[in-house]
Design a protein around this ligand. Structure first.
Ligand SMILES: C[S@@+](CC[C@H](N)C(=O)[O-])C[C@H]1O[C@@H](n2cnc3c(N)ncnc32)[C@H](O)[C@@H]1O
Ligand SMILES: Nc1nc2[nH]cc(C(=O)O)c2c(=O)[nH]1
Ligand code: SF4
Ligand SMILES: [Mg+2]
Length: 210
């Protein structure tokens, strides 16, 4: 059980359950190939069976950390910060994003969109999940839509999600990692037939970097 004061700070978003932080290359989506400092916040109840960071799900396993400390660390690294998880929108993202921006940093998020939109973002990557669909504000404000393809039905889901996201969002299909040998060729064919979509690969996994 967290101390009452800590619990209050977490509820305000002044503290966040921090799983890990690392400086790497953005591996996925529109900003693939560019240097970024990742902040991974614990806690997610969306329950994707193929999730590649299940260790993030239980927020209680990750220490509540002062956002001033997180921001001071981040500012020593790149100019672009990616907040991911877990599901970062389970928490109030206003304090951390305001502090990162005050430090002159660009702030990106990786989100399923399943919770209300909080925070001030330079880039929102929405990766919607069937189990828990995005809230309207995230559809309206996403800069990119990145749908994970694990089976053929996911192409139908991808089109449904493309119809819901704002018209400026850039559309990506990304193979689910464990199925990539079967799925990547299907995505290649699909994108050639439906060129409003682009291919996204988890390039950091091919590069063996975090
Ligand atoms: C681990 S999630 C964390 C952020 C947020 N919960 C979300 O799902 O967008 C980061 C990104 O990895 C993607 N992802 C997770 N597991 C994957 C897998 N096995 N193969 C491909 N992409 C995966 C998610 O869809 C998301 O775009
Ligand atoms: N290099 C790298 N790029 C990423 N893009 C999104 C990631 C994530 O887990 O949110 C991720 C990640 O874990 N590593
Ligand atoms: S929403 Fe994101 S963190 Fe949560 S289970 Fe799905 S892929 Fe994993
Ligand atoms: Mg990842």
């Amino acid at each position: 059980m967290l101390k009452k004061e800590t619990q209050i700070e977490v509820e305000k978003g002044e503290m966040l359950p921090l799983m890990e932080e690392f400086y790497t290359i953005q591996g996925e989506g529109y900003h693939t190939g560019t240097a970024a400092y990742f902040i991974r916040v614990g806690g997610c109840d969306v329950g994707c069976h193929w999730c590649d960071v299940k260790e993030s799900w239980n927020a209680d396993l990750h220490p509540p950390t002062d956002t001033d400390v997180i921001v001071a660390n981040a500012a020593q690294w790149g100019k672009t910060i990616v907040i991911t998880g877990g599901e970062p929108l389970m928490w109030n993202m206003d304090p951390i994003t305001l502090k990162l921006k005050a430090a002159g940093l660009k702030v990106h998020i990786e989100t399923s969109g399943a919770y209300p939109l909080s925070g001030y973002w330079d880039w929102i990557c929405l990766s919607p999940k069937k189990n828990k669909l995005p809230t309207q504000a995230v559809y309206d404000n996403a800069h990119e839509l990145k749908v994970i393809i694990h089976n053929k039905h996911d192409f139908i889901f991808a089109e449904e999600q493309a119809a819901k996201v704002n018209g400026n969002a850039i559309l990506f299909l990304q193979p689910e990692w464990s199925k990539k040998e079967q799925i990547t060729p299907l995505i290649v064919d699909y994108v050639m037939q439906n060129p409003k979509w682009r291919v996204s690969l988890q390039t950091h996994k091919y590069l063996n970097i975090p």
